[in-house]
Design a protein around this ligand. Structure first.
Ligand code: GLC
Length: 660
C-alpha cells in the first residue's frame, strides 16, 4: 500500500513521520491486522486531514503539538471502538453506497414525543419496521440545559443523554437493536454552539483564559457592532441581534456571540483546541453506535467580518478535516449537513464545486421542500420544474435528504431571480405563500401560522404540520368528505415526490397518520413564544391503532405511505447513482421527473391540481419508457392512455416504468 497513493512530498514525509511515531502505541493497543487497517486508512485520508489543518491552524505556534494530540485521540478512539462497530466499518467500506440505495427510508422524531424515552423507542422498533423505516433520526437527545433549550439544541453535556430520556447504556442498547433490525441511527451534533451551562462556557465565564478562547466574547460593542452591520438575525422576534451581554462574565462583563438564543454560545473554531474537543465528541458518539451525525447549523461555524458569517470557505475545510478523522477511526459513520442556505452555498456541502467525496454525505434539500409547498398552493409546476432544472442532475458519493416537513418553520427560499424566470414576482409570491399557509388567503385549505415576522424586510416563515397545511384539519372541521379526500391525496402527493426525487426520504413523525397542529405548547411558558412547537405534536398511538383500517382517514394515509415505500424499495432505478431530470409537460399542473440509471428508467407524473388532468403521452418517450408501461404504485399497466393522452386523477401521482 505504501507509496501507491499520490501525495505531495511534504505530506508524505509528514505521514511517514507520523506513522513511525504512532507505530509503538498502535502495536501495543491493537491486533496486527487492525494496525494495518489503521495505517491504510490513515494514508488514504492523510491529505484530506493534513492540508485543511495546515490551512486552518498552520500559523499557530503550537500547531505541531495540536497535530500530535489529535492523532493520540484518533488512536485512542480507534483502539476502543467496539468490535461489532468495527465490523460495520468494514461492511460499509465494502458497500460505500449503503446510504444511496432505494431501501433507505428515514423517519425523524423527538424521543419524548414518540415514545417517552429511549427504552420506549426500543419498544416501538416494530412500528418502524412495519412502516419500512431503515434510518431513524432522533431529535436532540444529549443533555440539554435546564428550562428552555431550543428543543434540545442547547447542549450542556455531549457525553450524557438527556436524563429525562434515559442514559448512555439505553442509547447503546437502542443502537444495537436498531442495527439488528436494519435501521441506522442519526443524532444531532450541535457543533456551532454549546449551552451557556456547558462546562467550557462556565469556565470561560469564570475568566479561565484557556476556555475564554473557546467562544467569541468582546469587552465592548466595537466589534459586535461591526459584525452586526452584515449579520442577519435568525430569531428576530425572541432573540434579536447576534450578541448577548453577560454582566457577570469574567467579573467585568462581556458580549458573547449568540447567533440563536442568548443561552446558545457560538464556539470559536479558529482555536484548534475547539476542533479537537469536537472531534473527541464525534468519536464518543460514533463509538456508542451512532451511524449519522447531523451537523446542526454547520454553515455558521466560521465568522468573517463584513460577511453574513455563513458558508465561509473555512467551514468546508473544517468538514473535510472532520470527515477525514472519522474515515480513519469510524468509517461506518457519515455526516448530514443541516445547511438551509441557497444552492450555490449548499452544493459544496455535498462536495460539488469543492472537494468531491470529501464533504458531507447527506444534506437537506430545503429547496425541494419549499417548492413542493409552493406548487401545492399555486397549482402551477413551472417554478418547481425551473428550479429543479438548475440543480445537479447527478451526485457522486453523496445524496440529498428529501423531506416534506420537519421540526422547523418553512422559510420561502424562492429567490427573485427564480421567480422572475417563470414570470413571477418573488416578493409577491412569498407574500402569497405566507398568506396561503397562514390560512388568510381566500379559498386557502391550509391552517398554519406565521413565524418570526420581520417588520423591516417583511420576511416571515410558516409553522404547521403537513396534514394541517395540506388541508386535512380544515376539511375535517367542516366534515367535508370531498375536501378530506383531496387533503389525503395532497399529503401522499408530496411524499410521492420526495420518495422518487433521489436521496433519503425523511418522514416527519406523525405525517404517516396525518397528525394536526398541536396548540398545547401555548400553555407551557418555556415553549409558548416559539410556535414551531405547534408542528411538534406528540405521537398519537390511539390514532395509530386505526392505521390498518382502509376506511379510516388514518388508514388511507398510512396505506398510501406503505405503498410508496414498498414501491420505492423495489425500484432499483431510484438508486441515487443515476440521473434526476425534471421534464416540462404540456400541462401547467402536472410535474414530471425522470429518474434513470443503468438499471432502468422511472417517470414520475404528479398532478398538483384538485381536478383531473391529462398530458400528452409523448412524454413517455422522453422519460425513456418503452413497451408495456406499468404504474408500480398500483402494479397495474397504464390503462389511462386514451387518444394519446395520459390521465391523472386529482392530486394523483404515477410511477411509470417500461419494459426493461
Ligand atoms: C437548527 C435546528 C433548529 C435550531 C437551530 C439552532 O437550525 O434545526 O431547530 O433552532 O439549529 O441550534
Amino acid at each position: 500500500m505504501h507509496n501507491i497513493l499520490q501525495m505531495s512530498s511534504t505530506s508524505r514525509s509528514a505521514f511517514e513521520a507520523l506513522a513511525a511515531r504512532l507505530a509503538p502505541a498502535l502495536a501495543a493497543r491493537c491486533a496486527p491486522r487492525d494496525v494495518d487497517l489503521f495505517l491504510i486508512r490513515l494514508e488514504s485520508y492523510f491529505e484530506d486531514l493534513y492540508l485543511p489543518l495546515v490551512q486552518l491552524y498552520g500559523e499557530y505556534a503550537d500547531f505541531q503539538h495540536q497535530f500530535n494530540a489529535l492523532f493520540e485521540q484518533m488512536l485512542d478512539a480507534y483502539a476502543t471502538r467496539p468490535e461489532p462497530l468495527r465490523l460495520l466499518d468494514l461492511e460499509r467500506q465494502f458497500m460505500p453506497d449503503w446510504f444511496q440505495r432505494p431501501n433507505l427510508v428515514g423517519y425523524v422524531c423527538y424521543t419524548e414525543l414518540f415514545a417517552g424515552t429511549l427504552a420506549g423507542v426500543r419498544d416501538h422498533v416494530s412500528y418502524l419496521r412495519e412502516l419500512g423505516i431503515t434510518y431513524l433520526h432522533l431529535m436532540p437527545i444529549l443533555k440539554p440545559r435546564p428550562g428552555a433549550s431550543d428543543g434540545g439544541y442547547a447542549v450542556m453535556d455531549y457525553r450524557a443523554v438527556n436524563p429525562a430520556l434515559g442514559n448512555m447504556a439505553d442509547l447503546q442498547a437502542l443502537a444495537t437493536e436498531l442495527h439488528a433490525s436494519g435501521i441506522s441511527l442519526c443524532v444531532d451534533l450541535v457543533l456551532n454552539h454549546t449551552a451557556k451551562e456547558h462546562e467550557w462556557a462556565q469556565r470561560a465565564m469564570a475568566g479561565d483564559p484557556e476556555y475564554l478562547d473557546y467562544y467569541y466574547t468582546f469587552p465592548d460593542r466595537a466589534l459586535p457592532d461591526a459584525y452586526e452591520r452584515t449579520l442577519p438575525e435568525v430569531f428576530p422576534d425572541f432573540a434579536p441581534g447576534n450578541f448577548s451581554w453577560y454582566p457577570e462574565f469574567a467579573k467585568s462583563g462581556r458580549w458573547v456571540w449568540t447567533t440563536f438564543y442568548d443561552f446558545q454560545w457560538d464556539l470559536n473554531y479558529t482555536n484548534p483546541s475547539v476542533f479537537r474537543a469536537m472531534v473527541d465528541i464525534m468519536f464518543f458518539l460514533a463509538n456508542q453506535g451512532i451511524d449519522v451525525l447531523r451537523l446542526d447549523a454547520v454553515p455558521f461555524i466560521w465568522k468573517r467580518l463584513g460577511t453574513n458569517c455563513q458558508n465561509q470557505p473555512e467551514v468546508y475545510l473544517l468538514i473535510e478535516a472532520f470527515r477525514a478523522v472519522m474515515r480513519v477511526v469510524a468509517p461506518a459513520v457519515i455526516f448530514k449537513a443541516e445547511a438551509i442556505v441557497p444552492p450555490d452555498f449548499l452544493l459544496p456541502y455535498l462536495g460539488i464545486k469543492t472537494t468531491v467525496g470529501k464533504q458531507c454525505e447527506l444534506a437537506y434539500n430545503n429547496q425541494l421542500m419549499v417548492l413542493l409547498w409552493s406548487t401545492l398552493a399555486s397549482r402551477q409546476v413551472k417554478l418547481l420544474t425551473e428550479v429543479l432544472h438548475q440543480m445537479p442532475t447527478m451526485l457522486l458519493g453523496s445524496t440529498w435528504i428529501t423531506y416534506v416537513r420537519n421540526h422547523d418553520d418553512i422559510g420561502w427560499a424562492v429567490t427573485d431571480e427564480d421567480a422572475a424566470a417563470v414570470g413571477e414576482n418573488g416578493f409577491l409570491h412569498r407574500q402569497f405563500l405566507n398568506q396561503f399557509y397562514s390560512g388568510e388567503f381566500p379559498g386557502s385549505f391550509a391552517k398554519g401560522a406565521l413565524f418570526q415576522y420581520n417588520p423591516v424586510t417583511h420576511d416571515t416563515r410558516i409553522s404547521g404540520t403537513t396534514a394541517s397545511l395540506a388541508g386535512l384539519e380544515a376539511a375535517l372541521a367542516q366534515q367535508d368528505d370531498h375536501e378530506i379526500d383531496l387533503a389525503v391525496r395532497r399529503i401522499l402527493l408530496l411524499h410521492s415526490v420526495i420518495m422518487t426525487y433521489g436521496g433519503v426520504p425523511l418522514i416527519y413523525m406523525g405525517d404517516e397518520l396525518g397528525l394536526f397542529n398541536d396548540r398545547s405548547y401555548l400553555s407551557d411558558s418555556v415553549k409558548a413564544e416559539d410556535n414551531r412547537w405547534m408542528h411538534r405534536p406528540p405521537m398519537d398511538w390511539t390514532k395509530a391503532k386505526s392505521r390498518h383500517d382502509p376506511n379510516s382517514i388514518v388508514g388511507r394515509i398510512y396505506n398510501g405511505f406503505i405503498r410508496l415505500i414498498t414501491a420505492r424499495k423495489s425500484a432499483r432505478m431510484l438508486h441515487c447513482f443515476g440521473l434526476i431530470q425534471p421534464l416540462w409537460t404540456d400541462n401547467s399542473h402536472v410535474f414530471a421527473l425522470s429518474r434513470s440509471n443503468p438499471m432502468g428508467h422511472l417517470l414520475l407524473l404528479a398532478n398538483f391540481h384538485e381536478r383531473e388532468q391529462s398530458i400528452k403521452a409523448d412524454l413517455l418517450h422522453f422519460g425513456g419508457l418503452r413497451g408495456n408501461i406499468k404504474n408500480i404504485l398500483t402494479e397495474e399497466s397504464l390503462p389511462a392512455i386514451t387518444d394519446k393522452y395520459i390521465h391523472l386523477e386529482p392530486y394523483e401521482s404515477l410511477w411509470l416504468v417500461g419494459e426493461q
